[in-house]
Write a protein that binds this ligand. Structure first.
Ligand SMILES: C[S@@+](CC[C@H](N)C(=O)[O-])C[C@H]1O[C@@H](n2cnc3c(N)ncnc32)[C@H](O)[C@@H]1O
Length: 207
């Protein structure tokens, strides 16, 4: 049988640090919606450690959805839901549709998406979080960020040059600009946690 799993080596390096934050910052009940699950390696690592929460992986890339499916087949967990096709820039996400029965969504997790996609994904992420999260619900955002327009490490400046060679609309986002977008969507910036390799977790809460 074909194995469609993709491998993203960074997930092995960052997953334990991220999980230690998720364990204390996620709610006790409900379903965590993972936006842009990538290969699926984060999902299969996090879900078994976060019971009784359910974990809902998603992506808009069909090949990556197949990778998530095969990772789940290799490492199943009873609280891991089948991945769903979700493009954050759409005005309605599948978890908002009447037929969706994996909820209630009580938190959203997103790693490493808003810098390696056009700015519209950040706008879509914040708009979706406003529509979906309950009051007090958290959006947990992981990745590299600028602070006051400045890179926090020379390696991130180099990384951004590479991003821009892929697409001029890609960029390491400035946390002030991301927070302003969040605020427009009733999401308050409540915490920042430095992570290894010049990454951060930023937490936003629905007001
Ligand atoms: C660098 S990967 C990160 C994957 C994973 N979260 C991780 O940390 O390994 C960026 C992801 O963003 C997804 N993505 C880009 N644009 C998107 C969109 N409009 N809606 C949903 N996902 C999107 C890509 O398909 C890809 O899975």
């Amino acid at each position: 049988m074909t194995d469609r799993r993709q491998f993203a080596p960074a997930t092995e390096r960052n997953r334990s640090s991220i999980l230690s934050v998720l364990k204390v910052k996620l709610p006790d009940t409900g379903t965590v919606l993972e936006v842009a699950s990538g290969s699926g390696e984060h999902a299969v690592f996090f879900a078994p450690a976060l019971r009784p929460l359910k974990w809902q992986p998603s992506n808009y890339d069909p090949e990556q959805l197949e990778s998530v499916e095969d990772w789940i087949a290799h490492q199943p967990s009873d609280n891991l839901l089948p991945p769903i096709s979700l493009d954050v820039t759409k005005p309605l996400w599948p978890v908002e549709e009447a037929g969706y029965n994996g909820g209630p969504i009580t938190a959203i997790f997103n790693a490493n998406m808003i810098h390696i996609s056009p700015w519209q994904t950040c706008e879509g992420l914040m708009a979706g979080a406003r529509r979906i999260l309950p009051v007090g619900g958290r959006l947990i955002l992981y990745g590299p960020f600028k602070v006051n327009g400045e890179h926090t490490a020379a390696s991130n400046a180099k990384f951004e040059s590479w991003l821009k060679s892929l697409d001029p609309d890609f960029a390491v986002r400035d946390i002030e600009v991301v927070s302003a977008e969040a605020k427009k969507n009733d999401l308050g910036h409540t915490a920042v946690l430095p992570m290894p390799a010049n990454n951060y977790i930023h937490i936003f809460e629905k007001t």
